[in-house]
Design a protein around this ligand. Structure first.
Ligand code: R5P
Length: 290
């Protein structure tokens, strides 16, 4: 097994390689003046399992294509098997037809990766695990929530209330609760399918004076967390923190979340940024050799 350092996750790939004492295969990449991508493997993958570590956070399309090009390069250069480690799997939220005339984007992505040479895929906290069963190759998701919860436990937030912004994310809150040892619950979130506007309903949650950590898979515009924090304030909460696997933090999302009274935003290096205080490397390394 060799670790191929996808340009979007080179640091994470290096950490995984170090933990597993595996050889790294750097990737030269460039963008031509007309915007086309170019990749080249700077090492041999002949008769090896090539593990390509490449997240597909923005710019998603370019990073997906880089991943496909690297997978093809690995196969052409004799890799026995190509494993794609894609911490943030772009397009996973369009996992069904919500409105007539739409496509199921994630299925298109999966077929594209298969055509490029990917034999199996590992991702982290995919939005909806069921979609992986429809992939044309074995695909699995692992959860970073216990690691994120440990981060808060080490900060002294043991017994904090683990909150999910909607019922669909309740399994995330339950995973966090198992580490933090406090309570957990969820709010009622609705998203307008046409405008994308979020609304979170007030409901009776016993959070008065308590420390709450809101856990989610993705923080994108921050709209979900801002709306949740507003409800929590109305319920008389103590301190509020938030954590997610994929801190996309589009535009001024972090600023808006902090202005809504949240103490801190914590994410993983699925999407590298200054909030990526938790590394996925140990989780992915363990899973690769399982
Ligand atoms: C959607 O259901 C996801 O779980 C997240 O809650 C959502 O993607 C967050 O998006 P935003 O930060 O734009 O509200």
């Amino acid at each position: 097994m060799k670790i191929v350092l996808g340009p979007a996750s080179a640091q994470l790939g290096e950490k995984i390689a170090e933990l597993l004492h595996l050889e790294k295969v750097p990737v030269t990449f460039k963008t031509f003046p007309d915007g086309e991508n170019y990749v080249r493997l700077e090492g041999s993958v002949q008769n090896e399992e090539a593990v390509i570590v490449q997240t597909t956070s923005p710019p998603q399309d370019s990073r997906l294509l880089q991943l496909a090009l690297i997978a093809d390069a690995a196969k052409r250069n004799g890799a026995e098997r190509v494993t794609a480690v894609v911490p943030y799997l772009a397009y996973a939220r369009q996992d069904r037809v919500f409105l007539q005339g739409e496509t199921v984007s994630i299925e298109v992505v999966a077929r594209m990766l298969k055509a490029a040479g990917v034999d199996r895929l590992m991702t982290v906290n995919v939005h909806q695990e069921g979609i992986l069963g429809r992939f044309p190759f074995p695909a699995k998701t692992v959860s970073s929530i216990p690691l994120l919860a440990e981060h808060f436990k080490h900060k002294g937030l043991e017994k904090a209330f683990a909150l999910a912004p909607d019922e669909g994310a309740m399994h995330i809150a339950e995973e966090a609760k198992a580490v933090l040892g406090g309570e957990c619950g969820y709010l009622e979130k609705q998203r307008d399918r046409y405008t994308g506007q979020i609304s979170v309903e007030k409901k009776s949650l016993d959070v008065k004076g308590k420390t709450v950590v809101i856990f989610d898979d993705i923080i994108s515009t921050g709209g979900t967390i801002v709306a949740a924090a507003k409800i929590l304030k109305e319920l008389g909460v103590g301190k509020v923190y938030t954590a997610c696997a994929h801190p996309l933090l589009i535009g001024d999302a972090e600023k808006r979340i902090l202005e809504a009274g949240v103490e801190e935003v914590v994410g993983t290096d699925s999407v590298p940024s200054h909030v990526s205080k938790v590394s996925l490397a140990p989780l992915i390394a363990a899973e690769l050799v399982r």
